[in-house]
Design a binder for this molecule. Structure first.
Ligand code: ADP
Length: 634
């Protein structure tokens, strides 16, 4: 105990020290006889107790008390004086002194010192506890989580502001209630009250609870419940802390869904690869097998014609699959473009009809076009190629899954949309698959799908196209009776523009035979040969370049009337060769002929300087038409 003694009388100072020593008080002693010394010691040492004479020359005990109370109100201050009367002593107590000992009763000194010191220590401890409590209560009040304290009956005694804010109840509506008030109906038999026994046995409970606000809104809380014990170990209260985890739970749920979707998509892609490899191998097997037989002399010309038909059929099937794959890739990469122009709906219907007429005869199914009864313009603005592809996919499916009856397709115009439909009397689609089949690589597991194969891509491509055109696709179907697929596109009219008859372009070709020279830039022997055979009727002279360099050289050294330019060639590709030839011959017709078939590929070829574009595999009618058009422009 550091004791500061204010005393001018040396004898009295020694007396006090010896009394304390005799009583075995463990102390360090500081003596001050003037105000200057007193305040200096007070400021420099952590004094535990002050003993003070009442009257000093030039300085008084009252002044010392005053200074002390101002600077360090917690230090106990005990007067030890011979001259102090009882009245002054009482007065000093009122001014803040802790005690007084009159010099004629010095036997009271040690007990007074001990008591003053003990009380001061207790006061300090109390102060600390109070400030701790204040901090705690501020923390709980400002906590971002709910804090609820209940009595041992589980009735709420304290709720922090966050609980009030989150639950939407007023504080007075909560106090005295059970926290079960928060539990949302539909959380099963769960109640907080059922947890008290478990918590009582010393276990903490943690869990997630679906809670309900006063306004009925639901939210997820992560709750912890524990018991509060007193010093004797008896449970006095329950403490519940809760945190709103709705957002976290939503994010977690989203992540789980995304993960499941990724896994599902991974699984589907693997299944797709197996499927597609089978789909590709099957026609290739037929193509390779029958192509070998074509060379066998023992087969009659008729048999060989039949083999050639098989090869063509299988090649077309293969091409269909490859086209589907390219479409999916283009759609997925967001590169699929809509090319809108005026078109005639009836021409589109006719096109589809002709495409499937033979099939209908083969399968002995009726095929009908259904168009609006009321006559009106059938001219709209849309992407004709895509419309044809969608209808063709739907009608092809209708044939695939219908064994008897009829297939009707057509459209009607309703306010501002054109609604198309394809209706069959086939096997139908179970309700649970009616959404699934629009997803990529999805098929209904039926004998028909197994029998006819298919990649499971047609509908997802069609749906994506419809959406690109600004419409929707849906279906109605009943098992065993048939299905109707619908889709619509916005009705945009062409105004006064005329609708080109696109069918004419490819079917009616006016071939003029001449003696022009065509440079074929092509690195594959087979493709070069095929082109010369396909164009035989035009009686052209052909020069071959095996790559871009040779093509540019040929243009420099020879008289050439047209170039058929392959794009992918070793050394210099077709794009670069075209660019260089364009510098030499600005008006020479250059036609890209390539197995790159997307709109982006076409655009790239055109921007390199090509005049036109034909995609592999070639259709003879198409290639004749394009070559003729550019060699003999009308
Ligand atoms: P694919 O026909 O190549 O398998 P699609 O995406 O065109 O792929 O069709 C997916 C699946 O939807 C088909 O495999 C089939 O199970 C079902 N489906 C489509 N159209 C019909 C239809 N008209 N009748 C019955 N089932 C159909």
């Amino acid at each position: 105990m550091k004791i500061l003694h204010i005393e001018d009388n040396k004898t009295d100072a020694m007396l006090v020290q010896s009394l304390l020593k005799h009583a075995n008080v463990d102390f360090e002693y500081f003596l001050a006889d003037t105000e200057v010394v007193f305040t200096d010691i007070l400021k420099r040492h952590p004094i535990d107790l002050i003993l003070s004479d009442y009257h000093l020359p030039g300085f008084s005990g009252s002044e010392a008390l005053h200074i002390t109370r101002n600077l360090y109100p917690e230090i106990p201050f005990v007067f030890v004086s011979g001259t102090m009367g009882e009245d002054a002593a009482i007065e000093s107590l009122l001014e803040g002194a802790t005690d007084y000992v009159l010099k004629n009763k010095l036997e009271r000194l040690v007990p007074a010192v001990y008591r003053a010191y003990r009380e001061a220590q207790q006061q300090i401890a109390r102060g600390r506890a109070e400030s701790e409590l204040l901090k705690l209560s501020q923390a709980v009040n400002q906590s971002t989580g709910s804090v609820v304290i209940t009595d041992t009956d589980g009735k709420m005694m304290y709720v922090n502001p966050k609980t009030v804010q989150l639950s939407g109840y007023r504080q007075d509506e909560l106090i005295g209630q059970s926290p079960d008030l928060f539990i949302a109906a539909g959380t099963g038999n769960f109640t907080f009250s059922s947890l008290w026994p478990q918590v009582l046995s010393g276990k903490e409970w943690k869990g997630e609870v679906l809670s309900k606000k006063k306004n009925g809104e639901l939210y997820w809380e992560s709750a912890t419940i524990s018991a509060i014990h007193n010093e004797q170990g008896k449970v006095t209260n329950y403490l519940m802390t809760m945190e709103d985890v709705s957002e976290r739970k939503r994010l977690t749920d989203e992540l789980i869904k995304a993960k499941e979707k990724a896994e599902e998509s991974d699984r589907l892609k693997t299944a797709f690869l197996h499927n597609i490899s089978h789909e590709i191998r099957t026609p290739i097997n037929a193509i390779v097998g029958f192509a070998e037989f074509l060379n066998e002399p023992e087969f009659s010309p008729e048999k060989r014609r039949h083999f050639a038909e098989v090869i063509i059929r299988n090649s077309n099937q293969l091409l269909g699959i490859i086209n589907d794959l390219v479409s999916i890739a283009t759609i997925e990469s967001g590169q699929e473009k809509v090319l809108e122009h005026p078109l005639s709906l009836n021409v589109v219907m006719q096109f589809i009809y002709h495409q499937f007429q033979l099939k209908a005869q083969e399968k002995q199914l009726q095929l009908n076009i259904v168009t609006p009864d009321t006559p009106g313009s059938d001219s709209i603005v849309s992407d004709e190629i895509k419309l044809r592809q969608i209808l063709s996919n739907l009608v092809s499916n209708a044939f695939k899954f219908t064994q008897k009856g009829q297939i009707d397709f057509g459209y009607h115009i309703d306010h501002n949309v054109v609604e198309f439909f394809v209706k069959d009397t086939g096997i139908g689609i179970p309700a649970e698959f009616q959404e699934e089949i629009f997803k990529r690589f999805r098929q209904v597991e039926t004998n028909a799908t197994r029998l006819y194969g298919g990649s499971g891509l047609g509908l997802s491509i069609s749906k994506a196209y419809v959406e690109l055109l600004g419409g929707k696709m849906w279906l109605t179907s009943s098992l065993g009776e048939g299905s109707t697929f619908y889709f619509n596109v916005p009705l945009k009219t062409a105004g006064a523009k005329t609708v080109p008859n696109t069918e004419m372009n490819t079917t009616q070709i006016n071939i003029i035979n001449g003696h022009k020279t065509v440079l074929i830039a092509e690195d594959e022997d087979a493709n070069f040969m095929l082109l010369t055979i396909l164009l035989k009727s035009l009686k052209l002279k052909f020069i071959r370049a095996n790559n871009g360099f040779e093509a540019v050289d040929a243009i420099r050294s020879q008289q050439i009337d047209m170039v058929l330019m392959d794009i992918k060639m070793p050394g210099m590709d077709g794009y670069e060769a075209t660019r260089q030839i364009r510098v030499l011959k600005p008006f020479l017709p250059i036609i890209a002929q390539t197995a790159y078939t997307t709109d982006a590929d076409k655009a790239k070829a055109m921007s390199s300087g090509c005049n036109d574009f034909i995609s592999k595999p070639f259709k003879q009618s198409m290639i004749l038409s394009v070559v003729n058009k550019h060699l003999y422009p009308s």
